[in-house]
Design a protein around this ligand. Sequence first.
Ligand code: ATP
Length: 507
Amino acid sequence: MSTATCARFCSPLTTAGNNKAVASTSSSASSKLTTGTGSGMTSAATHKKQIPATNTNDINTEATFTFKLGGKGGRCNTNSNGHSVASSESSDPLESDYSEETEEEEQQQSKQAKHVSLSSNSSSSAATSRDSVGHDAGDVEKDEDTNNDTNNDDSVDDESVEEDDGNETDDEEDEEDSEESSSVQTAKGVRKYHLDDYQIIKTVGTGTFGRVCLCRDRISEKYCAMKILAMSAVIRLKQIEHVKNERNILREIRHPFVISLEWSTKDDSNLYMIFDYVCGGELFTYLRNAGKFTSQTSNFYAAEIVSALEYLHSLQIVYRDLKPENLLINRDGHLKITDFGFAKKLRDRTWTLCGTPEYIAPEIIQSKGHNRAVDWWALGVLIYEMLVGYPPFYDEQPFGIYEKILSGKIEWERHMDPIAKDLIKKLLVNDRTKRLGNMKNGADDVKRHRWFKHLNWNDVYNKKLKPPILPDVHHDGDTKNFDDYPEQDWEPAKAVDQRDLQLFNDF
Ligand SMILES: Nc1ncnc2c1ncn2[C@@H]1O[C@H](COP(=O)(O)OP(=O)(O)OP(=O)(O)O)[C@@H](O)[C@H]1O
Protein backbone atom coordinates (compact mmCIF):
# COMPACT_ATOMS: atom_id res chain seq x y z
CA MET A 1 0.00 0.00 0.00
CA SER A 2 1.76 3.07 -1.19
CA THR A 3 -0.31 5.62 0.60
CA ALA A 4 -0.35 5.95 4.29
CA THR A 5 -3.78 7.40 4.48
CA CYS A 6 -7.03 5.65 4.42
CA ALA A 7 -10.26 7.52 4.36
CA ARG A 8 -12.48 6.25 7.09
CA PHE A 9 -15.40 8.51 6.64
CA CYS A 10 -17.52 8.99 9.67
CA SER A 11 -20.50 10.83 8.42
CA PRO A 12 -22.78 13.14 10.34
CA LEU A 13 -25.44 11.11 11.99
CA THR A 14 -29.12 11.64 12.08
CA THR A 15 -31.21 11.82 15.16
CA ALA A 16 -34.28 9.70 15.17
CA GLY A 17 -36.84 11.18 12.92
CA ASN A 18 -35.87 14.78 12.60
CA ASN A 19 -33.10 14.23 10.13
CA LYS A 20 -30.94 16.64 12.01
CA ALA A 21 -27.26 15.91 12.33
CA VAL A 22 -26.24 14.98 15.81
CA ALA A 23 -24.11 17.75 17.19
CA SER A 24 -20.57 17.15 16.19
CA THR A 25 -19.30 17.18 19.73
CA SER A 26 -19.38 13.50 19.02
CA SER A 27 -16.10 12.93 17.32
CA SER A 28 -17.65 10.36 15.08
CA ALA A 29 -19.70 13.04 13.43
CA SER A 30 -16.73 14.65 11.82
CA SER A 31 -15.61 13.55 8.42
CA LYS A 32 -12.01 14.71 8.37
CA LEU A 33 -9.62 12.22 6.91
CA THR A 34 -6.44 11.67 8.80
CA THR A 35 -3.18 9.88 8.59
CA GLY A 36 -1.89 8.09 11.61
CA THR A 37 0.39 5.49 12.90
CA GLY A 38 -2.03 3.82 15.17
CA SER A 39 -0.65 5.54 18.20
CA GLY A 40 -1.71 8.74 19.75
CA MET A 41 -5.31 8.30 18.82
CA THR A 42 -7.54 9.52 21.48
CA SER A 43 -10.97 8.08 21.05
CA ALA A 44 -12.72 5.23 19.43
CA ALA A 45 -14.27 7.59 16.96
CA THR A 46 -10.92 9.04 15.98
CA HIS A 47 -9.61 5.57 15.35
CA LYS A 48 -12.47 5.07 13.02
CA LYS A 49 -10.97 7.54 10.63
CA GLN A 50 -7.40 6.38 10.76
CA ILE A 51 -5.36 3.71 9.18
CA PRO A 52 -1.83 3.23 10.45
CA ALA A 53 0.91 4.41 8.11
CA THR A 54 2.50 1.84 5.92
CA ASN A 55 6.17 1.33 5.74
CA THR A 56 6.54 1.00 2.01
CA ASN A 57 9.90 -0.69 2.42
CA ASP A 58 8.24 -3.50 4.19
CA ILE A 59 5.97 -4.64 1.47
CA ASN A 60 6.13 -6.39 -1.80
CA THR A 61 3.44 -6.64 -4.37
CA GLU A 62 2.05 -9.82 -5.76
CA ALA A 63 -0.84 -10.23 -8.10
CA THR A 64 -3.10 -12.97 -6.89
CA PHE A 65 -5.45 -12.50 -9.81
CA THR A 66 -5.87 -10.16 -12.66
CA PHE A 67 -9.09 -8.81 -13.93
CA LYS A 68 -9.78 -6.06 -16.36
CA LEU A 69 -11.93 -3.29 -15.06
CA GLY A 70 -15.14 -3.64 -17.01
CA GLY A 71 -17.37 -0.83 -18.11
CA LYS A 72 -20.29 -1.89 -16.07
CA GLY A 73 -20.73 -1.81 -12.42
CA GLY A 74 -22.64 -0.34 -9.66
CA ARG A 75 -23.03 2.99 -8.17
CA CYS A 76 -23.06 3.79 -4.53
CA ASN A 77 -25.34 6.50 -3.39
CA THR A 78 -25.24 8.40 -0.20
CA ASN A 79 -27.94 10.20 1.63
CA SER A 80 -27.76 13.80 2.63
CA ASN A 81 -26.07 12.87 5.84
CA GLY A 82 -23.30 11.07 4.16
CA HIS A 83 -24.47 7.62 5.13
CA SER A 84 -24.48 5.42 2.14
CA VAL A 85 -27.74 3.73 1.61
CA ALA A 86 -29.82 2.00 -0.97
CA SER A 87 -30.51 4.05 -4.03
CA SER A 88 -33.30 6.52 -3.75
CA GLU A 89 -33.82 6.20 -7.47
CA SER A 90 -35.93 3.16 -7.04
CA SER A 91 -39.51 4.21 -7.66
CA ASP A 92 -41.20 2.11 -5.11
CA PRO A 93 -40.30 2.06 -1.47
CA LEU A 94 -41.38 -1.54 -1.36
CA GLU A 95 -39.18 -2.52 -4.23
CA SER A 96 -36.15 -4.31 -3.00
CA ASP A 97 -34.09 -7.40 -3.22
CA TYR A 98 -36.64 -9.08 -1.02
CA SER A 99 -39.04 -9.57 -3.88
CA GLU A 100 -38.78 -12.11 -6.60
CA GLU A 101 -38.00 -10.57 -9.95
CA THR A 102 -39.64 -11.62 -13.17
CA GLU A 103 -37.54 -12.27 -16.24
CA GLU A 104 -38.95 -9.11 -17.81
CA GLU A 105 -37.95 -7.06 -14.79
CA GLU A 106 -34.50 -8.52 -14.84
CA GLN A 107 -34.08 -7.62 -18.50
CA GLN A 108 -35.24 -4.12 -17.68
CA GLN A 109 -32.69 -3.95 -14.88
CA SER A 110 -30.04 -5.18 -17.23
CA LYS A 111 -30.86 -2.34 -19.61
CA GLN A 112 -30.82 0.19 -16.83
CA ALA A 113 -27.53 -1.11 -15.57
CA LYS A 114 -25.88 -0.52 -18.91
CA HIS A 115 -26.30 3.16 -18.14
CA VAL A 116 -24.69 2.80 -14.78
CA SER A 117 -20.99 3.17 -15.05
CA LEU A 118 -18.69 2.32 -12.24
CA SER A 119 -17.33 5.79 -12.27
CA SER A 120 -20.61 7.60 -12.37
CA ASN A 121 -21.39 8.55 -8.84
CA SER A 122 -19.20 6.18 -7.04
CA SER A 123 -16.61 8.74 -6.30
CA SER A 124 -18.97 10.78 -4.22
CA SER A 125 -16.93 11.98 -1.34
CA ALA A 126 -19.41 10.82 1.22
CA ALA A 127 -19.03 7.29 0.00
CA THR A 128 -15.33 7.38 0.73
CA SER A 129 -16.03 5.57 3.86
CA ARG A 130 -16.39 2.42 5.75
CA ASP A 131 -20.08 3.07 5.96
CA SER A 132 -22.14 0.35 4.46
CA VAL A 133 -23.54 1.02 1.04
CA GLY A 134 -26.72 -0.37 -0.30
CA HIS A 135 -28.34 -0.15 -3.62
CA ASP A 136 -31.66 -1.35 -4.82
CA ALA A 137 -31.73 -4.20 -7.24
CA GLY A 138 -33.60 -2.01 -9.67
CA ASP A 139 -30.40 -0.35 -10.76
CA VAL A 140 -28.24 -3.34 -11.20
CA GLU A 141 -27.70 -5.77 -13.93
CA LYS A 142 -28.21 -9.45 -14.10
CA ASP A 143 -25.09 -10.92 -15.54
CA GLU A 144 -25.34 -14.02 -17.63
CA ASP A 145 -22.38 -15.28 -15.68
CA THR A 146 -20.87 -17.05 -18.64
CA ASN A 147 -17.46 -16.55 -17.11
CA ASN A 148 -15.45 -19.53 -16.14
CA ASP A 149 -17.46 -19.29 -12.95
CA THR A 150 -19.78 -22.01 -14.09
CA ASN A 151 -17.09 -24.34 -15.32
CA ASN A 152 -15.85 -25.45 -12.02
CA ASP A 153 -17.21 -28.65 -10.65
CA ASP A 154 -16.80 -27.43 -7.16
CA SER A 155 -19.06 -24.52 -7.79
CA VAL A 156 -22.11 -24.32 -5.65
CA ASP A 157 -23.71 -21.72 -7.86
CA ASP A 158 -26.79 -23.03 -9.47
CA GLU A 159 -29.20 -21.24 -11.68
CA SER A 160 -32.15 -21.39 -9.39
CA VAL A 161 -34.08 -18.22 -8.93
CA GLU A 162 -33.53 -16.17 -5.86
CA GLU A 163 -35.93 -17.14 -3.18
CA ASP A 164 -38.64 -14.75 -2.26
CA ASP A 165 -37.32 -14.47 1.19
CA GLY A 166 -40.04 -12.06 2.10
CA ASN A 167 -41.55 -12.27 5.45
CA GLU A 168 -41.93 -15.99 5.49
CA THR A 169 -40.62 -16.13 8.99
CA ASP A 170 -43.25 -13.75 10.26
CA ASP A 171 -45.40 -15.12 12.95
CA GLU A 172 -48.85 -13.79 13.41
CA GLU A 173 -48.72 -11.63 16.46
CA ASP A 174 -51.35 -12.05 19.07
CA GLU A 175 -54.18 -9.92 17.77
CA GLU A 176 -55.02 -8.70 21.21
CA ASP A 177 -51.57 -7.28 21.63
CA SER A 178 -51.28 -3.60 20.89
CA GLU A 179 -48.68 -2.21 18.51
CA GLU A 180 -46.31 -1.42 21.34
CA SER A 181 -46.69 -4.59 23.30
CA SER A 182 -46.78 -8.23 22.51
CA SER A 183 -46.70 -11.58 24.20
CA VAL A 184 -43.65 -13.69 23.59
CA GLN A 185 -42.94 -17.22 24.69
CA THR A 186 -39.76 -17.13 26.73
CA ALA A 187 -37.85 -19.79 28.62
CA LYS A 188 -39.73 -18.70 31.73
CA GLY A 189 -43.17 -18.76 30.12
CA VAL A 190 -45.19 -16.23 28.18
CA ARG A 191 -44.07 -12.68 28.72
CA LYS A 192 -46.08 -9.66 27.70
CA TYR A 193 -43.50 -7.18 26.48
CA HIS A 194 -44.15 -3.47 26.47
CA LEU A 195 -41.93 -0.56 25.52
CA ASP A 196 -42.40 0.89 29.00
CA ASP A 197 -40.55 -2.14 30.34
CA TYR A 198 -37.35 -0.53 29.11
CA GLN A 199 -35.65 2.33 30.84
CA ILE A 200 -33.46 4.15 28.35
CA ILE A 201 -30.10 5.02 29.87
CA LYS A 202 -27.72 6.33 27.22
CA THR A 203 -27.01 6.40 23.50
CA VAL A 204 -24.16 4.06 22.54
CA GLY A 205 -24.34 4.22 18.78
CA THR A 206 -26.01 5.98 15.94
CA GLY A 207 -26.87 4.79 12.49
CA THR A 208 -28.57 5.93 9.37
CA PHE A 209 -32.09 5.95 10.72
CA GLY A 210 -31.75 6.49 14.40
CA ARG A 211 -29.74 5.34 17.33
CA VAL A 212 -28.87 2.47 19.60
CA CYS A 213 -29.37 3.04 23.32
CA LEU A 214 -28.30 1.16 26.37
CA CYS A 215 -31.42 0.44 28.34
CA ARG A 216 -32.51 -1.64 31.26
CA ASP A 217 -35.30 -4.14 31.25
CA ARG A 218 -37.30 -3.27 34.36
CA ILE A 219 -38.72 -6.79 34.55
CA SER A 220 -35.58 -8.89 34.20
CA GLU A 221 -33.25 -6.07 35.30
CA LYS A 222 -31.00 -7.02 32.41
CA TYR A 223 -29.16 -4.42 30.36
CA CYS A 224 -30.03 -4.41 26.70
CA ALA A 225 -29.48 -2.41 23.57
CA MET A 226 -32.49 -0.79 21.95
CA LYS A 227 -32.13 0.07 18.27
CA ILE A 228 -34.60 2.81 17.46
CA LEU A 229 -35.29 3.50 13.80
CA ALA A 230 -37.38 6.47 12.70
CA MET A 231 -39.97 5.15 10.27
CA SER A 232 -39.96 8.41 8.32
CA ALA A 233 -36.21 8.03 7.66
CA VAL A 234 -36.56 4.37 6.75
CA ILE A 235 -39.26 5.29 4.22
CA ARG A 236 -37.37 8.28 2.86
CA LEU A 237 -34.25 6.22 2.27
CA LYS A 238 -36.25 3.35 0.82
CA GLN A 239 -34.94 0.88 3.33
CA ILE A 240 -38.22 -0.66 4.38
CA GLU A 241 -37.44 -4.11 3.10
CA HIS A 242 -33.87 -4.06 4.41
CA VAL A 243 -35.16 -3.22 7.87
CA LYS A 244 -37.77 -5.95 7.66
CA ASN A 245 -35.10 -8.37 6.43
CA GLU A 246 -32.98 -7.46 9.41
CA ARG A 247 -35.75 -8.09 11.89
CA ASN A 248 -36.99 -11.28 10.23
CA ILE A 249 -33.56 -12.81 9.92
CA LEU A 250 -32.62 -11.85 13.47
CA ARG A 251 -35.79 -13.50 14.72
CA GLU A 252 -34.78 -16.73 13.05
CA ILE A 253 -31.20 -17.04 14.18
CA ARG A 254 -29.43 -17.97 17.38
CA HIS A 255 -25.70 -18.46 17.55
CA PRO A 256 -23.06 -17.71 20.19
CA PHE A 257 -21.29 -15.21 17.93
CA VAL A 258 -24.33 -13.45 16.55
CA ILE A 259 -26.26 -10.71 18.31
CA SER A 260 -29.53 -11.94 19.86
CA LEU A 261 -32.75 -10.13 19.15
CA GLU A 262 -34.96 -10.31 22.20
CA TRP A 263 -38.01 -8.46 21.01
CA SER A 264 -39.13 -5.98 18.38
CA THR A 265 -42.04 -3.63 18.14
CA LYS A 266 -43.16 -0.29 16.74
CA ASP A 267 -45.28 2.70 17.60
CA ASP A 268 -46.50 5.30 15.13
CA SER A 269 -43.08 6.92 14.70
CA ASN A 270 -40.35 4.36 15.36
CA LEU A 271 -39.38 0.75 14.92
CA TYR A 272 -37.68 -0.80 17.94
CA MET A 273 -35.40 -3.80 18.20
CA ILE A 274 -34.15 -4.97 21.58
CA PHE A 275 -30.86 -6.84 21.68
CA ASP A 276 -28.48 -8.17 24.26
CA TYR A 277 -26.18 -5.33 25.21
CA VAL A 278 -22.59 -6.06 24.17
CA CYS A 279 -20.54 -3.89 26.49
CA GLY A 280 -17.02 -4.36 25.09
CA GLY A 281 -17.56 -2.14 22.05
CA GLU A 282 -16.42 -2.64 18.48
CA LEU A 283 -13.49 -4.84 17.42
CA PHE A 284 -12.63 -1.91 15.18
CA THR A 285 -11.65 0.20 18.18
CA TYR A 286 -9.33 -2.48 19.55
CA LEU A 287 -7.75 -2.99 16.15
CA ARG A 288 -7.07 0.71 15.65
CA ASN A 289 -5.70 0.97 19.18
CA ALA A 290 -3.37 -1.96 18.61
CA GLY A 291 -2.41 -0.96 15.06
CA LYS A 292 -2.55 -4.58 14.04
CA PHE A 293 -3.24 -7.92 15.68
CA THR A 294 -0.92 -10.88 16.03
CA SER A 295 -1.61 -13.94 13.96
CA GLN A 296 -2.92 -15.67 17.08
CA THR A 297 -5.36 -12.90 17.94
CA SER A 298 -6.56 -12.62 14.36
CA ASN A 299 -6.95 -16.38 14.23
CA PHE A 300 -9.22 -16.33 17.29
CA TYR A 301 -11.60 -13.74 15.85
CA ALA A 302 -11.50 -15.26 12.37
CA ALA A 303 -12.44 -18.66 13.83
CA GLU A 304 -15.50 -17.24 15.59
CA ILE A 305 -16.56 -15.54 12.38
CA VAL A 306 -16.11 -18.73 10.37
CA SER A 307 -18.32 -20.51 12.89
CA ALA A 308 -20.99 -17.81 12.54
CA LEU A 309 -20.80 -17.65 8.74
CA GLU A 310 -21.10 -21.41 8.49
CA TYR A 311 -24.24 -21.22 10.61
CA LEU A 312 -25.76 -18.32 8.67
CA HIS A 313 -25.00 -19.92 5.33
CA SER A 314 -26.56 -23.18 6.50
CA LEU A 315 -29.79 -21.18 6.82
CA GLN A 316 -29.21 -19.69 3.34
CA ILE A 317 -28.50 -16.35 4.95
CA VAL A 318 -25.81 -14.20 3.41
CA TYR A 319 -24.60 -11.51 5.79
CA ARG A 320 -23.00 -9.02 3.37
CA ASP A 321 -21.52 -6.50 5.77
CA LEU A 322 -18.57 -8.13 7.46
CA LYS A 323 -16.09 -5.53 8.81
CA PRO A 324 -14.53 -4.77 12.21
CA GLU A 325 -17.10 -2.04 12.87
CA ASN A 326 -19.86 -4.65 12.93
CA LEU A 327 -18.08 -7.01 15.29
CA LEU A 328 -18.74 -6.29 18.94
CA ILE A 329 -16.76 -7.77 21.80
CA ASN A 330 -18.71 -9.14 24.69
CA ARG A 331 -17.67 -8.90 28.30
CA ASP A 332 -16.29 -12.44 28.07
CA GLY A 333 -14.07 -11.43 25.13
CA HIS A 334 -16.04 -13.35 22.50
CA LEU A 335 -17.45 -11.78 19.37
CA LYS A 336 -21.01 -10.83 18.49
CA ILE A 337 -21.75 -9.99 14.89
CA THR A 338 -24.20 -7.11 14.73
CA ASP A 339 -26.03 -5.05 12.08
CA PHE A 340 -28.00 -7.42 9.90
CA GLY A 341 -29.29 -4.54 7.79
CA PHE A 342 -27.93 -6.12 4.61
CA ALA A 343 -28.40 -9.75 5.54
CA LYS A 344 -30.58 -11.64 3.18
CA LYS A 345 -32.01 -15.08 2.76
CA LEU A 346 -31.36 -16.48 -0.66
CA ARG A 347 -31.12 -19.72 -2.53
CA ASP A 348 -28.75 -18.63 -5.21
CA ARG A 349 -27.81 -15.13 -6.19
CA THR A 350 -28.98 -11.62 -5.59
CA TRP A 351 -28.20 -8.43 -7.42
CA THR A 352 -28.44 -5.73 -4.80
CA LEU A 353 -25.36 -3.61 -4.52
CA CYS A 354 -24.48 -3.38 -0.89
CA GLY A 355 -21.64 -3.73 1.52
CA THR A 356 -18.75 -1.50 2.48
CA PRO A 357 -16.41 -0.42 -0.32
CA GLU A 358 -13.22 -1.92 1.09
CA TYR A 359 -15.00 -5.21 1.77
CA ILE A 360 -17.05 -5.57 -1.40
CA ALA A 361 -16.38 -8.65 -3.52
CA PRO A 362 -15.58 -8.25 -7.23
CA GLU A 363 -18.80 -9.89 -8.35
CA ILE A 364 -20.79 -7.21 -6.51
CA ILE A 365 -18.87 -4.46 -8.29
CA GLN A 366 -19.42 -6.20 -11.58
CA SER A 367 -23.13 -6.69 -10.89
CA LYS A 368 -22.72 -10.37 -11.63
CA GLY A 369 -25.19 -11.48 -9.07
CA HIS A 370 -23.75 -12.63 -5.81
CA ASN A 371 -24.24 -15.19 -3.12
CA ARG A 372 -22.68 -16.35 0.14
CA ALA A 373 -19.26 -16.23 -1.53
CA VAL A 374 -19.18 -12.49 -0.80
CA ASP A 375 -18.93 -13.26 2.91
CA TRP A 376 -15.86 -15.44 2.34
CA TRP A 377 -14.29 -12.66 0.30
CA ALA A 378 -14.99 -10.22 3.13
CA LEU A 379 -13.42 -12.67 5.58
CA GLY A 380 -10.24 -12.53 3.51
CA VAL A 381 -10.30 -8.73 3.68
CA LEU A 382 -10.95 -8.83 7.41
CA ILE A 383 -8.11 -11.26 8.18
CA TYR A 384 -5.78 -9.09 6.13
CA GLU A 385 -6.93 -5.94 7.94
CA MET A 386 -6.45 -7.58 11.33
CA LEU A 387 -2.93 -8.74 10.48
CA VAL A 388 -1.75 -5.67 8.63
CA GLY A 389 -3.77 -2.88 10.20
CA TYR A 390 -5.49 -1.64 7.07
CA PRO A 391 -7.54 -3.29 4.34
CA PRO A 392 -5.91 -4.81 1.24
CA PHE A 393 -7.76 -2.61 -1.23
CA TYR A 394 -7.68 1.01 -0.33
CA ASP A 395 -8.16 4.32 -2.07
CA GLU A 396 -9.60 7.64 -1.03
CA GLN A 397 -12.45 7.21 -3.49
CA PRO A 398 -14.68 4.18 -3.83
CA PHE A 399 -13.92 4.05 -7.54
CA GLY A 400 -10.25 3.63 -6.74
CA ILE A 401 -11.08 0.93 -4.22
CA TYR A 402 -13.17 -0.93 -6.78
CA GLU A 403 -10.43 -0.68 -9.39
CA LYS A 404 -7.98 -2.19 -6.94
CA ILE A 405 -10.36 -4.95 -5.97
CA LEU A 406 -10.81 -5.86 -9.62
CA SER A 407 -7.10 -5.61 -10.41
CA GLY A 408 -6.32 -8.27 -7.87
CA LYS A 409 -3.08 -6.71 -6.76
CA ILE A 410 -2.41 -7.10 -3.09
CA GLU A 411 0.53 -5.66 -1.23
CA TRP A 412 1.85 -8.11 1.31
CA GLU A 413 3.87 -7.27 4.35
CA ARG A 414 7.19 -9.02 4.15
CA HIS A 415 6.91 -10.66 7.54
CA MET A 416 3.34 -11.71 7.33
CA ASP A 417 2.46 -15.17 8.61
CA PRO A 418 2.79 -17.24 5.40
CA ILE A 419 0.01 -19.62 6.39
CA ALA A 420 -2.41 -16.79 7.07
CA LYS A 421 -1.33 -15.24 3.78
CA ASP A 422 -2.13 -18.48 2.00
CA LEU A 423 -5.63 -18.48 3.46
CA ILE A 424 -6.21 -14.83 2.52
CA LYS A 425 -5.09 -15.56 -1.03
CA LYS A 426 -7.54 -18.44 -1.24
CA LEU A 427 -10.36 -16.24 0.03
CA LEU A 428 -9.54 -13.22 -2.12
CA VAL A 429 -10.01 -15.13 -5.34
CA ASN A 430 -11.82 -13.19 -7.99
CA ASP A 431 -13.53 -16.24 -9.44
CA ARG A 432 -15.99 -17.02 -6.72
CA THR A 433 -16.37 -20.64 -7.84
CA LYS A 434 -12.75 -21.12 -6.84
CA ARG A 435 -13.00 -19.14 -3.66
CA LEU A 436 -12.50 -21.07 -0.45
CA GLY A 437 -15.80 -21.44 1.37
CA ASN A 438 -17.86 -21.34 -1.79
CA MET A 439 -16.86 -24.68 -3.21
CA LYS A 440 -18.59 -27.97 -2.75
CA ASN A 441 -17.29 -28.53 0.77
CA GLY A 442 -18.47 -25.08 1.80
CA ALA A 443 -17.16 -23.76 5.11
CA ASP A 444 -15.34 -27.04 5.76
CA ASP A 445 -12.65 -26.05 3.28
CA VAL A 446 -11.99 -22.91 5.31
CA LYS A 447 -12.12 -24.78 8.60
CA ARG A 448 -9.62 -27.32 7.33
CA HIS A 449 -7.11 -24.72 6.19
CA ARG A 450 -3.70 -24.99 7.86
CA TRP A 451 -4.12 -21.67 9.64
CA PHE A 452 -6.93 -23.26 11.65
CA LYS A 453 -5.26 -26.67 11.96
CA HIS A 454 -4.81 -26.40 15.72
CA LEU A 455 -8.48 -25.68 16.38
CA ASN A 456 -11.20 -27.94 17.62
CA TRP A 457 -14.25 -26.36 16.02
CA ASN A 458 -16.59 -27.60 18.74
CA ASP A 459 -14.42 -25.76 21.22
CA VAL A 460 -14.68 -22.66 19.09
CA TYR A 461 -18.48 -22.89 19.05
CA ASN A 462 -18.62 -23.60 22.77
CA LYS A 463 -16.44 -20.58 23.56
CA LYS A 464 -13.72 -22.77 24.99
CA LEU A 465 -10.88 -20.80 23.38
CA LYS A 466 -9.24 -18.18 25.51
CA PRO A 467 -10.10 -14.72 24.22
CA PRO A 468 -7.04 -12.61 23.44
CA ILE A 469 -8.66 -9.39 24.67
CA LEU A 470 -10.88 -8.92 27.69
CA PRO A 471 -12.65 -5.59 27.55
CA ASP A 472 -12.19 -3.21 30.40
CA VAL A 473 -15.70 -3.11 31.85
CA HIS A 474 -16.84 -2.81 35.41
CA HIS A 475 -20.39 -3.99 35.06
CA ASP A 476 -22.78 -5.28 32.41
CA GLY A 477 -24.18 -1.82 31.73
CA ASP A 478 -20.79 -0.13 31.41
CA THR A 479 -20.64 2.25 28.41
CA LYS A 480 -16.97 3.26 28.65
CA ASN A 481 -16.17 1.39 25.43
CA PHE A 482 -18.57 3.48 23.41
CA ASP A 483 -18.44 7.10 22.33
CA ASP A 484 -20.51 9.73 24.06
CA TYR A 485 -23.40 11.07 22.06
CA PRO A 486 -25.25 14.24 23.00
CA GLU A 487 -28.68 13.24 24.25
CA GLN A 488 -30.24 16.69 24.22
CA ASP A 489 -30.23 16.82 20.42
CA TRP A 490 -32.44 13.84 20.15
CA GLU A 491 -35.86 15.07 19.15
CA PRO A 492 -38.64 12.53 19.05
CA ALA A 493 -39.40 11.25 15.57
CA LYS A 494 -42.60 12.54 14.02
CA ALA A 495 -45.46 10.12 13.71
CA VAL A 496 -46.06 8.82 10.21
CA ASP A 497 -49.52 8.77 8.67
CA GLN A 498 -51.69 5.67 8.49
CA ARG A 499 -50.70 4.90 4.91
CA ASP A 500 -47.01 4.90 5.77
CA LEU A 501 -47.66 3.00 8.95
CA GLN A 502 -49.16 0.20 6.90
CA LEU A 503 -45.85 -0.28 5.16
CA PHE A 504 -44.65 -1.72 8.45
CA ASN A 505 -47.69 -3.89 9.13
CA ASP A 506 -45.62 -7.02 9.34
CA PHE A 507 -42.86 -5.56 11.48
N1 ATP B 1 -26.36 -4.96 20.91
C1 ATP B 1 -25.53 -3.92 20.97
N2 ATP B 1 -24.81 -3.69 22.07
C2 ATP B 1 -23.98 -2.63 22.14
N3 ATP B 1 -23.81 -1.73 21.15
C3 ATP B 1 -24.51 -1.91 20.03
C4 ATP B 1 -25.40 -3.01 19.87
N4 ATP B 1 -25.96 -2.93 18.64
C5 ATP B 1 -25.41 -1.85 18.07
N5 ATP B 1 -24.55 -1.23 18.89
C6 ATP B 1 -23.76 -0.01 18.60
O1 ATP B 1 -24.54 0.86 17.81
C7 ATP B 1 -23.91 1.08 16.56
C8 ATP B 1 -24.95 1.19 15.46
O2 ATP B 1 -25.65 -0.04 15.38
P1 ATP B 1 -26.05 -0.66 13.97
O3 ATP B 1 -24.83 -0.78 13.13
O4 ATP B 1 -26.85 -1.89 14.21
O5 ATP B 1 -26.99 0.51 13.44
P2 ATP B 1 -27.31 0.91 11.98
O6 ATP B 1 -28.40 1.93 12.04
O7 ATP B 1 -27.60 -0.31 11.17
O8 ATP B 1 -25.95 1.55 11.53
P3 ATP B 1 -25.49 1.88 10.06
O9 ATP B 1 -26.44 2.88 9.53
O10 ATP B 1 -24.09 2.41 10.27
O11 ATP B 1 -25.51 0.57 9.30
C9 ATP B 1 -22.96 -0.11 16.39
O12 ATP B 1 -21.87 0.22 15.57
C10 ATP B 1 -22.53 -0.40 17.80
O13 ATP B 1 -21.46 0.44 18.19
